[in-house]
Design a protein. Structure first.
Length: 361
């Protein structure tokens, strides 16, 4: 597209406009990047104080198993008898150096727990996003194509059901149908015992089973990993697919009412080509902008999904540590999830600004 300037515009006006627009992009990017730090600070602080509402972590976790003298000794050794503000400042200093403390129930460093189980949650979130894109975007286009007809109504009801159905209930229904009745898919776990042993024998395993299975060069291991991922990915991905379906439908219908689309329609361009060529890209921009919120939803849903399918990731571990009232480990896991959400929102803002220049201004 050719940039048009006024007839009396001085030489270099076009370059000035482009420079101003470029400056707007970098200023937008800088502001969004700087917002990461107060966001993380607020989230980490909230986690700390909410966890301390029940008292010190050692009393909460081991209070019924230790004598008063042993309990007092453990509390003093961990520094939980100091003023709360002093503990808070020390906690912030440790967090910003990557030290989240050690679990009370099993003594493992929380950083080790995050590295060990974080890859499993990341893998599940990627699978769920793939399901959401594959299901939500095409069905949203179909709903827009058949707008205000029975197909559109059926798909809108489907979207509401996807969004409103609790993740654990969807998981139980999927397990009942595909694992119990049809016996077509595994009922739980990330892989069979044989495949897990094979993956653990790799040098420097990534913890992402699909990548590790590909590294083994075994098609049976890859198939085993993927079949175990189907039901958890569906249970978690359909939650977000419902949101994507409604967004795509609404934005495609809005785009199809534009003047340039009416002009193309008057030239005899078929409706399905209008949806595919003119309405798809504008409909994807709002999806990009809400992915940050959906990542937070996926991470929250991962707790229930991983527990339902015994998918041993951060959500599964978080549920176990909550049951044990191990608030040091809970605090570390929740703080990491908060950091991931903040960074994801920054990346999403960046992508949205690249795709749609209007976002920058």
């Amino acid at each position: 597209m050719t940039t048009v300037t006024a007839p009396d515009a001085p030489p270099g006006a076009t370059a000035g406009i482009r420079k101003a627009r470029g400056g707007g992009f970098w200023r937008y990017l800088l502001v969004r990047f700087l917002l990461i730090f107060p966001t993380i600070f607020i989230l980490v602080s909230l986690v700390f104080f909410l966890m301390r509402l029940t008292g010190d972590p050692i009393t909460a976790s081991l209070g019924d198993r230790l004598s008063p003298d042993q309990l007092a000794e453990r509390i003093h050794a961990a520094g939980y008898d100091r003023p709360l503000f002093v503990q808070y400042l020390e906690y912030l200093a440790n967090v910003f150096t990557g030290n989240f403390g050690s679990s009370i129930s099993d003594g493992r460093p929380v950083t080790e727990i995050l590295l060990t189980y974080g890859s499993a949650t990341l893998e599940l979130a990627i699978y769920a996003l793939i399901v959401a894109f594959i299901v939500g975007i095409p069905l949203g286009m179909v709903a827009a194509y058949f707008r205000d007809r029975w197909g559109d109504a059926a798909l809108r009801i489907f979207a509401i059901l996807c969004y409103a159905t609790p993740v654990f209930f969807a998981g139980l229904v999927l397990k009942l149908i595909f694992a119990v009745w049809l016996k077509a898919l595994p009922v739980a776990g990330r892989a069979s015992t044989r495949t897990e042993l094979r993956l653990q024998q790799l040098d420097d395993p990534t913890g992402i089973y699909l990548i590790d299975a590909i590294r083994t060069g075994s098609s049976s291991a890859i198939t085993d990993v993927l079949t175990h991922a189907v039901l958890p990915a569906l249970a978690l991905g359909l939650l977000t697919a419902g949101v994507f379906l409604r967004l795509v439908r609404t934005n495609v219908i809005g785009t199809l009412s534009r003047d340039y689309v009416d002009a193309a329609r008057s030239r005899g361009v078929r409706e399905y080509r209008l949806v595919r060529r003119h309405a798809l890209k504008p409909a994807l921009v709002p999806i990009i902008t809400v992915i940050g919120l959906q990542i937070a939803m996926l991470l929250g849903g991962a707790v229930l999904t991983e527990t339902t399918f015994e998918w041993k990731g951060l959500g599964f571990q978080l549920a176990e540590y909550l049951a044990k009232r191990d608030f040091v480990a809970v605090q570390g896991i929740v703080a990491l999830l908060a950091v991931i959400v903040a960074l994801t929102n920054f990346i999403v803002d960046l992508i949205a600004a690249i795709l749609d220049p209007r976002v920058r201004y």
